[in-house]
Design a protein around this ligand. Sequence first.
Ligand code: IDC
Length: 498
Amino acid sequence: MKSPATRRTWARGAVGAVVLAVAAGLLVAVGPQGAGAAPADTASGHRWITDRQGRALVLRGLSTASSAKQAPDGMPWIEEKDVVRERRELGTNFVRFLLQWRKVEPSPGTYDRTYLRQVAERVRWYGERGYHVLLDMHQDLYGPRVGGNGAPVWATGTDGLASAPTDPWELGYAEPGTVRAFDRFWGTVEGGGRDLRGHYVGALREVARYFADDDTVIGYDLMNEPWGGSVQGPAFEAGPLARLYQDAIDAIRTVDRDHWLFVEPSAIGSNWGFATGLPRLDDPRADDPRADGDGGGERGRDGDAARIAYAPHLYPLPMDLGGGYTGSTKGQVDRSLRAWREQTEKTARRLGAPVVIGEFGLDVGLPGAMEYVEKVQRMADDMGAGFAYWSNDPGTWAPWDAKLRPTRLLPVLDRPAPLAVAGDPIAYRWDAERKALTVSWRGKAGVRGGTEVRLPARHFSKGGRVEGGVRQSWDPKSRILTLGSGPGTHSVRITPHA
Ligand code: IDC
């Protein structure tokens, strides 16, 4: 019953030129994208990740958590009460949960079920509060053996090359030992050795086997921020990366035919709004006549029963370089955001995939930081994209500080929005000035339940007044208002009760 919404195409402007020069591990970007026509300002017209009732999900949440990268047991910092607090304070419905290959497969071909059980316990904490969990096979800088996280030491081949710590950490991607470890992984240097990609795919398949029947899990993020080592650009993304993704998708589908498979582009470049060479991938479930679900999706050659989602990250280069969202940097960031959206939508069309912003985030103390977060949230709403803010680790980037007291980010993330839409969404928007949340959608056969919107107490202390729609129920505890749905077009406006 989880058939995705029918795919349509958006009218979209031309894409400008991008020149990405890769030299000696350092990237030099020349010439930003041309502006092109503005994308259609609507959430409609693309595929949606749906819940068990066939409703389109508006996924909003945080990544949990960077702390898992270094923890000996691979677990994030959270306890169950932190999940309760996250739900209460932010009303999020989504979490991107970090996994580590080193923990899944501690020695070659041996999978650690204790680790998977501990992950499952935390997934349950989230599931019991209505969350959807994306399991993210995380890595940065390959693995701990070369100063990063992710890959097991046994799967790290450096050929004696070293990797020194760097500041900022991202520069570590150019360290010789790290580059070689990736080259060994992708099999792009002479010398043979273990089939590391085969092991990686096997580890993903084990994760999927374990969680195949877990309805809280929405899908698997196949690799965080893939890096090509010494092979970059389309040669990497349309080559070794696409092959790994296809192998992983095929392997996962032998044990789990329902969960979504999230793919990321090579981060350097794409995070800044440059084009990606990631090609369309095949989901075997699209060829399976049983994959029709509620009959709402097309299938076969159109691939509409495929469940591949696109999860790029968003870190505009001027901000990566330490700038805030102010002064002349602001204009640069805005151009970068436009380019990012254009490229993301182009790639999503090519992949036939809904979009989830897998990461965006910044130090909340930077000048203009909150305006930037609000801007990205509005863009996500306009795109009909989900997002996972980076991250929920208490500190300067998070909605809570080291003592779990709210930072200035918390009220910005605690924002009125639909959570699930009972049909094909047309558009939704929170107008902070007029204090109005508008949601429109087309009812669709086979979808059960109403449209759920969350009305935070900070904006809707006495609940919401509904115009143009039917209020089905209001739960003041979860602050979820359910709106009736049915055939035809719905257009609802909700304002605070006086
Ligand atoms: C960062 C953490 C930081 C850690 C670093 C390296 O915030 O504490 O030292 O990773 O492990 C990404 C990565 C994500 C990064 C994040 C912020 O996917 O792991 O987390 N980021 O730097 N890509 C761009 C930014």
